[in-house]
Design a protein around this ligand. Structure first.
Ligand code: PMP
Length: 301
């Protein structure tokens, strides 16, 4: 996670100086919104995957919590490119965070200042290279995913990740790699940090956003990529048993990229040809080797 510089409220400062007060509102009440973005090395330089879409989601997440970001999307995009450049990273993970700072204690966040920071660091495959190749072992979590009238999943807020952490810890403590959460209705929602896809009848199936999924940028990209090779995606509610017996299941996310699910609750699924095809297209695109790279990767102007 260490880098030379962090962008903090408009300035690039040393990594060691990027500190906050212990009475920071977000530390106590989870009042932050953030993004996870990746930059990839290509022949044309370092390209950031769907940077504008990520920053637009950040703005929407902030608006959900009445936080005003003091910077335009263009300024933040330039700041992302600048932070990557100054840290000399050909590829990296990018973490913008907008959070309520120290001002007033108590649940009401409205009198606390809003800070913005952007950190970057080197990060390989989130679940490991082996996971990308052969898939991971997942379990259905006993924790339910946050519901639309509890904490909206459409905003990517810091506090909601307590829900993901409970599910992730439970999975790891039971010897699995990742958790898939059901929503309040008992239908498939998301992984702890990924969207879920199943391959059935030669089509992709993924839960609709109303199932309490995060509107994943990778999810949307995969749906578009699949369409270009004639594979339709159906947004439809899925049950856990449908996943057990699907032809293929995979997870998508900025960190997880496209990761096959080898088994779910010890039901063998294994990886298959459609997942492999989508994975190849995804990696070709992010590394600048595909027609879609031109529109999916953003470079400094
Ligand atoms: N669902 C959850 C709960 C997540 O945390 C993430 C990661 N942001 C995703 C899905 C995937 O979203 P994206 O493709 O935008 O990274």
């Amino acid at each position: 996670m260490q880098s030379d510089k962090i962008w903090f409220d408009g300035e690039l400062i040393d990594y060691a100086d990027a500190k906050v007060h212990v009475l920071t509102h977000a530390l106590h009440y989870g009042s932050g919104v953030f993004e996870g973005i990746r930059a990839y090395e290509t022949d044309q330089g370092t390209g950031v995957f769907h940077l504008t879409d990520h920053l637009n989601r950040l703005k929407r997440s902030a608006a959900q919590y009445y936080m005003e970001i003091s910077y335009s999307t263009e300024t933040l995009a330039a700041a992302v490119h600048e932070t990557i450049k100054v840290n000399n990273l050909p590829s990296c993970y990018i973490r913008p965070l907008v959070f309520r700072g120290a001002g007033e204690m108590g649940v009401n966040p409205l009198n606390c200042p809003v800070h913005t920071m952007i950190a970057v660091w080197r990060w390989g495959a989130y679940l490991g290279d082996e996971a990308i190749e052969n898939g991971i072992r997942c379990m259905i979590s006993s924790w339910r995913r946050i519901g639309p009238n509890m904490i909206p999943a459409t905003a990517k807020a810091s506090g909601q990740y307590l829900n993901s952490q409970l599910a992730k810890m439970e999975a790891l403590k039971h010897g699995y790699d990742e958790a898939i959460l059901l929503n309040e209705a008992g239908l498939i929602a998301d992984g702890s940090g990924e969207n879920v896809f199943a391959v059935m009848y030669g089509k992709l199936y993924t839960p609709p956003i109303s199932a309490s999924c995060l509107p994943g940028i990778t999810r949307h990209a995969v749906m578009e990529m699949a369409a270009t090779i004639g594979i339709e995606t159906v947004e439809h509610d899925l049950t856990r048993a449908e996943l057990y017996f699907a032809d293929e299941v995979f997870l998508t996310g900025t960190a997880a990229e496209v990761t096959p699910v080898a088994s779910l609750d010890d039901h063998h699924i294994g990886t298959g040809p459609i997942t492999k095809q989508i994975q190849k297209m995804f990696f070709d695109t992010v590394h600048g080797r595909h027609e879609l790279s031109k529109t999916y990767l953003e470079f400094p102007s």
